[in-house]
Structure formats: C-alpha cells, structure tokens
Ligand binder design. Structure first.
Ligand SMILES: Cc1cc2nc3c(=O)[nH]c(=O)nc-3n(C[C@H](O)[C@H](O)[C@H](O)COP(=O)(O)OP(=O)(O)OC[C@H]3O[C@@H](n4cnc5c(N)ncnc54)[C@H](O)[C@@H]3O)c2cc1C
Length: 647
C-alpha cells in the first residue's frame, strides 16, 4: 500500500513539473525511454534555439500537451520498472537526437564526446593511474579547478597534497561577496559532469555555488585533507632530484618546504583585482570598494553610489543595489552587448528541481542541449568572413543576425528613451567582448535614480568623480568594478623552472603561452589548470575546459606510471608550433577585429586569455596525451621520496 502511495506521490510531483519542463528535452527523453522514432519525427521538430534553451520548442500548444502526457506515462513506466528502451544510446542515435532537438544538422564528429560525457555523468571514472607509492603531487588551490583535480586524483588512487590559502573551498565563489554575484552560464551546465547541482535558480548566485563546491568536496571525500590557510609562496624545480620544492606559509605563520614530484597549479585567474589608473581614486572621500574584495560592512541604503565599469560584475551589482540607493551613477568606458535570456532571474520551480533529481536522464539530456546552445552553437559566428561587406558592425552574416536580434531586444527594453539607447548600443560586433546576459540591466537603466555616463572616469576629487567628457557626479560610496589582471597567468605564486628561470621571465611578464593551456618547456612535471588561451570567450562553460585539462594531466600521469618516468617536459618546438597555430586562428576570429579594447589581449596586443578552439577540437586535443610531445626521463626520480620538512 505504502508503495502505491509513493507511486501516486511521484506521479503527482512529475505531473506538476511537466508544465515547466523543456519540451525539446522531453522529446529526447521520450525517444530514449520508449525507443519510438515517432518522437524524433518531423511533426515534433522544434524551432531552432536562439539565445536561450527554447522551453516551448516553438511547438503548438496541442503538441506540447501530447508530449507532456506521453512523458508522464513514460517516466511512470520507468519508475515502475519498465526498462529504458534505448539505455545505451549509440553515436548515430545521439547525433540524430540532437540534430532533431536543435533543428540543425549536428556534425557526427561530436558523437564520441557526447558518449564520453554521458559515461562520466553516469559515474564512470577515468582509467586507473598507477604510480609508485612515494610519488607525490601538490595541488595548489581548492577552487573549482582544485576540487575537480583532487576528486579525480583520489578516485584514481593517486597520492596528493592539496593546499588552499583561504579557510574554505570554493575559490572565487567563496571570496566574492558583492551583491548580485553569480554565474552567467546556466547552472545546469556550470556543474561538474560527475556531480549535479541541485540549483534553486537557473543562474545560481554566489552562495549557492560556494555551497555546491563545498558539498562536492565533502561528498567525494577530499575536503577533510585540504590544508587550509596554507599558501604556496614559491615552487622551485630541482633538476637533480627531478622534484618540485614548494615553500609554504602555514596558518600559524611558520614556513615549510614540501617536496613533490609534480605540481598542479589550480590558482585561478580572477584573483588579482585590476585597479584603473584614475588620479585621486584612492583618496576618494568615502568608502571605496572593489567588487573582488567586497566589504559587507559598507552601507549602501539611501546613499549616492557611483560604479566605475559596466562589465560582468557591474552588470550584476547595479540591478542588485539600484532600489536601495538614492542615486546610482555608472561610468562606462566602452559599451557592452548583453543578450536576452528570460530565465536569468528565475527560480527553478520546486517541482522542476524534483524532476531533475528524480529523472537523471532528463537532467543529462537538458545539459546536452545547453552545451550545444551555450558552448558550441556560437563558435561559427565568431569567424571573420573576409568577403563580408560590413566589417564596421559585424564579422559575418550570422554575427550580423546576432547584432540585429540584440539591437532589437535593447530597443524594446529602452523604448521611449532614445538618448539612453544612443549611449548603449555598442559599435563593435556582438561577441567582440565577452557576451553578457541581461539580468535586468536595461530596465535598471530606466530607473529615475540611475544615470549612465557614457565616458570613463578621469579624476576623483573628494566625493566628486569627473568623467573624460566633463560630466561630474558626487557619490558617498564608490564601487570599482574594473575586473581582474587576468593576462598575467600564475600571478598568485612564483614558479622557478630549469636554471631558476621564473614563469614571469619565461613569459616576459605577460606574454603568457602554454601547450594546450597546460604545460610549458623549462617547467617539467608542472601542470596548469585554466592556463593561457583556455578561456571560452564567447559564452562557454569553464567546467568543460577544466575537465578536459584534467583528462590530459591524468593521461600524462598515467603514462608516467606505465613507462616509469620521473620527468616529462613539453618540447619547445611543440609549444611554439601550438602557439603559432592558435594565434593564426585568432587572427581569423572576432577577438582580433579592430575597434575594441578587451581583457583578452596582453600589453603587446597578443590574445592570451581566449581559446580559439571549438569544444570538440579541444576535447580531441586533450583526451589523451601524446608523450612524443615531451622530453621524457627514466625512473631516477622515483627514488627521491616526497617529504615535508618544517623549519
Ligand atoms: C564573479 C565571477 C563570476 C564568474 N562567472 C562565471 C560563469 O558564469 N561561467 C564561467 O564559466 N566562469 C565564470 N567565472 C570564471 C571563474 O573563475 C571560474 O568559473 C572558476 O570558478 C575558477 O575556478 P578556479 O578553481 O580555477 O580558480 P579560483 O576560483 O580563483 O580558485 C583558485 C584558488 O586557489 C587559491 N590559491 C591561489 N594562489 C594560491 C597559493 N599561492 N597558495 C594556496 N592557494 C592559492 C585561491 O585562494 C583560490 O581558492 C566567474 C568568475 C568570477 C570571479
């Protein structure tokens, strides 16, 4: 009897969820659960996805109702033990399914990647890595990258030591506390393939992500061994013993040298704030706060607040505080594109959270769609078309279409305010800078207490901020939302490679390069997560990059174990060829289009942050390391025992 009650309850909760479920995902689920081709037939082909996840699929109401009814029956049958008709989806099926769901042909080359991700999602762990007992690895950092690294190493039985200078996991999601702080990648994509996030919002906010990361660290058994409050001051490679000697500052201020065979840097890229060079800024007569180091004690209610910057963090903070302050002035140096995504501020209904949890197949298929829409679909519109006649406004016909859609959207949002519209539409092509999502930004600009100064701040005197165009505004609180120094990779730690050369010297300060964003010559047995040219500048999802890089690092370690190697060092010619190739690719892409200043380039104009690859390319390049890309050395170092010595 109790069993039937359970089933009834389950049916009711699923029935409650289905009206807000994503119709194209339900069609995929119906095919998988029933095996009926009918659900992939022409009748149900949705309208092509635009910017968002296309919940209704653009299908007629009656068709949507038919799909929901059938989905309820199929899910209930599954819940009551009917086997899934297509439990192991073949490559051909996956391509056919996604092509139908996206109403566009998906290239067959994506199939392997999808199968790989599906397996991971279903709990598969990478092949074992067998290293000698005394082989040690240091992981620096316990943000998203460090957590993923530790989880994988632990699953594979590899010994490692993880340090973190903060007092908790989470990295930027623990340290960043400004109002409105959150993701601009959908949460159901911005979670590890091996650990779903039970998100309460489609675009979760900082605290929820911080909690998710801590939960993952606890659930996967890596949290208790993290050495918190421990900072790596520098790491030096000892060529004789083929080991890294890392100088650590401990929580009590003492220092210690830790010797390991390998160092994996997971120090992140969004840690060092970039302060604008504005005379008088530091002498502002009132609270002055950078978004990266938010002061929760700062009072905003009823105050006149000025914000310097209109990038990703300004776009989050401005709508979050606008109704609390008496006046809000934004100084914008350059304009930003922000695309619509109606779910940005929406909560995930409780019933939908239940569906995602209770029917993991639905969650995975939804994620698969998001990945295509958010990561892959955009890549084509980033390629410069040399024959395109309007390079002043876009780089190709598709990109021009994005410009039209975004412009129309902004015009609708700012209807009746032509003076504001004139300040807002960017002259450069969409995606020329990282595309932001509209989280209420445009509607906030309409509020009477909000002013947008279409000019950079030039001078601060007392409480007054003067812009280059001569506009001057008084403020009680000044918020600096000018971003981070992200072109200088590995800033938080000093790394000395062969002959005592530091990475800063090897890169001549900010000319950062790496092979696959992960390794470099002169720095054997040293791996970077989120290194140069790995960021997905279009929209993209950081987790994809990190998990791909980890597959690569694990593959190197696996081969080190198999071949009994004590040292692997990326070859100079491989490194140079790779970096030449990606810069050539960038020259054909929107990032090198004139007329935009972006944080993608270093001081000499080289694009150092962004990846030019499609996800499938990067996945193919990183899924298995080719040791012929390396100078390798035999097993001498295996005798050098990893040790920690306190001084
Ligand atoms: C506000 C904000 C929003 C973002 N939104 C998105 C998004 O929507 N989508 C997306 O894909 N990406 C986003 N990002 C990018 C984001 O940085 C990554 O998604 C990710 O969280 C970075 O993880 P990480 O572990 O590499 O780095 P971090 O989170 O920076 O973690 C690095 C850790 O290393 C520690 N550390 C550093 N140096 C040392 C040292 N010397 N010794 C010991 N410990 C050290 C730090 O304390 C930190 O905990 C966002 C970033 C920010 C700041």
């Amino acid at each position: 009897m109790a069993h039937f009650e359970d089933i009834d309850q389950f049916r009711q909760r699923i029935a409650e969820a289905l009206p807000s479920a994503n119709i194209p995902t339900l069609l995929l689920l119906l095919y998988q659960f029933t095996g009926r081709e009918y659900w992939l037939g022409p009748r149900f082909i949705p309208a092509k996805s635009g910017w968002d996840d296309n919940d209704s699929g653009g299908l007629a109401i009656e068709l949507q109702a038919e799909i929901r009814d059938a989905a309820l029956s199929a899910i209930m049958a599954w819940r009551q033990g009917v086997p899934i008709a297509r439990a192991d989806l073949s490559a051909e099926e996956l391509i056919r399914m996604l092509s139908m769901s996206e109403a566009e042909p998906i290239p067959p080359e994506y199939a392997d990647m999808m199968i790989h991700k599906l397996r991971r999602y279903s709990g598969a762990v990478p092949d074992p890595v067998c290293l000698p007992d005394n082989f040690r690895i240091l992981v620096i950092g316990a943000g998203m990258s460090g957590i993923a690294a530790a989880v994988r190493l632990r699953q594979l039985g590899v010994s490692y030591i993880q340090i973190e200078k903060q007092d908790r996991t989470g990295g930027v999601w623990h340290s960043h506390r400004y109002p409105g702080c959150g993701v601009d990648t959908p949460g159901h994509l911005y979670s590890f393939t091996f650990a779903s996030g039970d998100w309460s919002k489609f675009f979760p906010l900082q605290q929820e992500i911080d909690e998710y990361l801590n939960r993952v660290a606890c659930d996967f058994g890596i949290e208790s061994s993290i050495r918190y409050g421990t900072e790596c001051l520098f790491s030096r490679y000892d060529e004789e013993s083929r080991t890294w000697h890392s100088r650590l500052r401990l929580p009590d201020g003492r220092e210690e040298t830790l010797v390991t065979n390998v160092v994996i840097s997971a120090v992140g890229g969004f840690t060092t704030p970039k302060w604008p060079n504005i005379p008088g800024l530091r002498d502002f007569d009132g609270p002055l706060v950078h978004t990266s180091n938010w002061d929760p004690g700062v009072t905003l209610d009823g105050k006149r607040v000025a914000v310097i910057g209109n990038g990703a963090s300004a776009m989050q903070i401005v709508p979050a505080i606008a109704d609390r302050v008496s006046a809000l002035t934004i100084f914008q140096r350059s304009r930003q594109w922000a695309a619509p995504f109606p779910k940005f501020l929406m909560s995930v209904p409780e019933s939908m959270q239940f569906l995602l949890r209770a029917v993991p197949h639905y969650e995975w298929l939804y994620r698969l769609r998001l990945s295509w829409i958010f990561d892959t679909q955009v890549h084509e519109s980033l390629q410069k078309d040399p024959a395109w006649p309007h390079p002043d406004r876009s780089v190709n016909a598709l990109n021009d279409g994005h410009r039209e859609t975004c412009t129309r959207y902004i015009e609708e949002q700012l209807a009746g305010r032509p003076e504001l519209l004139a300040k807002v539409i960017p002259p450069y092509p969409p995606f020329g800078k990282r595309m932001l999502l509209d989280n209420g930004w445009y509607r906030t600009l309409l509020k009477p207490q909000v002013s947008l100064v279409d000019s950079a701040a030039a001078q601060v005197e007392g409480k007054s901020i003067r812009a280059i165009n001569g506009d001057s505004h008084e403020a009680d609180v000044l918020i600096v939302a000018s971003g981070y120094d992200i072109t200088r990779f590995l800033l938080p730690v000093q790394i000395f490679g062969r002959d005592g050369v530091t990475v800063r010297e090897a890169w001549d300060d900010d000319d950062c390069q790496a092979y696959l964003g992960s390794v470099m010559p002169g720095f054997p047995n040293f791996f970077m997560l989120y290194g140069p040219n790995t960021a997905l500048g279009h929209r993209g999802n950081f987790i994809f990059t990190i998990e791909s890089q980890l597959d690569y690092v694990l593959s190197v370690l696996r081969q080190m174990g198999e071949k009994k190697l004590s040292e692997v060092e990326c070859r100079q010619d491989v490194y140079q060829h790779y970096n030449r190739t990606i810069q050539e690719m960038h020259q054909k892409m929107i990032w090198s289009h004139p007329g935009m200043s972006t944080y993608f380039r270093n001081a000499r104009g080289r694009i150092v942050t962004n990846s030019p690859w499609r996800l499938i390319d990067y996945w193919n390049l990183t899924k298995e390391a080719d040791l012929s890309d390396y100078h390798i050395m035999g097993n001498v170092g295996y005798q050098s025992k990893a040790s920690a010595e306190a001084v």
